[in-house]
Design a protein around this ligand. Structure first.
Ligand SMILES: [Zn+2]
Length: 340
């Protein structure tokens, strides 16, 4: 029993001593784990299992929890939705969840699985069939911090440019099966909601999501660790940018992206083609809430004009009937008669 009480006492004296070495020890411990992982598994296995772990932990699980929160407690979820009940998976129907919303979630997870399967196929073909080196670098040597930062920047900028070009010109510009599929699948959504980040026709999804994410990592041949950090950033971004929520871990960055994604769907693809908005800003295709408010105001004004013209027509004194038929004359007299 004495030994049990001694442990907390020892920790009081040991923690300050150990904390000064904590950074070095943590790094040493991390390097030992990484070395064991690399030495005991093939590069292909490290890449695929690393990708699966990151995607599940930082995208699939949190998005699934948010999706369940939205469909099981819509009254609570609607409070933090930027576009109210429009942002719920069931839209304004709230509790009336149909098979369609479940299908969107299912396809989203299926597309994610498809992307990982394609990544595995590409790596297997490169390494086994063509005897090439692996697309990503899996080595015992860790990358230098500046190399990681440089690669992350290149990866993010490459992803932004590729997503913008493919999304704008292949999925929205000209009539093609790709445009039809993208509009029929993704743009059938009334607003983005959790898990809809990976929802699209499988072909347009691989083209506009998987390729822009994976290609920069292959082109710059990322170190596996850099790739995993890159994938963590992308997964967190996709989780929150498509959630439709007003509460985010970082209000500065993620909330802007989320509103941009909302606007792309709400305006049926008039702009906001890139995830970060850099390319949209350069090529002047960025659309903000103001455009939606303008559109809504225009619609409201249009409706008001129509309503007024109908009221004026109905309340106006008998004018020349447009047709000589007696029935028409009677109906024109009706409201005036009631008014009296
Ligand atoms: Zn689109």
């Amino acid at each position: 029993m004495d030994a049990l009480f001694c442990v907390p006492m020892l920790s009081v004296f040991l923690i300050p001593v150990l904390s000064s070495y904590s950074t070095t020890l943590n790094f040493l411990f991390f390097y030992m784990t990484w070395s064991t992982l690399v030495l005991s598994h093939t590069p292909l296995r490290v890449e695929i299992f690393g990708t699966i772990a990151i995607r599940v932990l930082f995208y699939a699980l949190p998005s699934a929890v948010m999706f369940l929160f939205d469909i099981l407690t819509p009254s609570a979820a609607v409070v933090i939705k930027a576009h109210g009940s429009t942002g719920l998976p069931g839209g304004k129907r709230r509790r009336n969840i149909r098979l369609r919303e479940i299908k969107v979630a299912g396809w989203s997870l299926l597309n994610l699985t498809l992307a990982i399967a394609l990544q595995w196929a590409i790596e297997t073909t490169c390494v086994r069939a063509f005897k090439m080196r692996s697309a990503l670098k899996v080595s015992l040597k860790l990358p230098m911090p500046y190399e990681m930062v440089r690669d992350l920047l290149l990866g993010m900028l490459g992803r932004e440019a590729l997503t913008y070009i493919i999304h704008r010109f292949a999925l929205h510009a000209n009539e093609s099966p790709l445009k039809r599929w993208h509009h029929f699948w993704y743009h059938a959504l009334h607003a983005p909601f959790p898990l809809s980040g990976h929802y699209d026709h499988p072909v347009t999804y691989l083209l506009s999501n998987f390729i822009p994410t994976y290609l920069p990592a292959v082109l710059f041949r990322f170190h596996m660790l850099t790739y995993l950090i890159y994938l963590v950033i992308v997964s967190i971004e996709e989780t929150f940018a498509y959630s439709g929520y007003t509460i985010m871990p970082t209000n500065f960055f993620l909330i802007g992206m989320a509103r941009r994604m909302d606007m792309h769907v709400l305006t049926y693809g008039e702009g906001n083609f890139g995830p970060w908005g850099i390319m949209d800003w350069i090529f002047k295709t960025a659309i903000g809430d103001a455009e939606l408010i303008d559109d809504e105001q225009d619609d409201a004004e249009e409706r008001e004009r129509e309503r007024r013209s109908r009221t004026t027509y109905a309340a106006s004194p008998k004018k020349k009937p447009t047709t000589p038929r007696p029935a028409k004359t009677t109906s024109a007299q009706g409201p005036a008669g009631r008014r009296r």
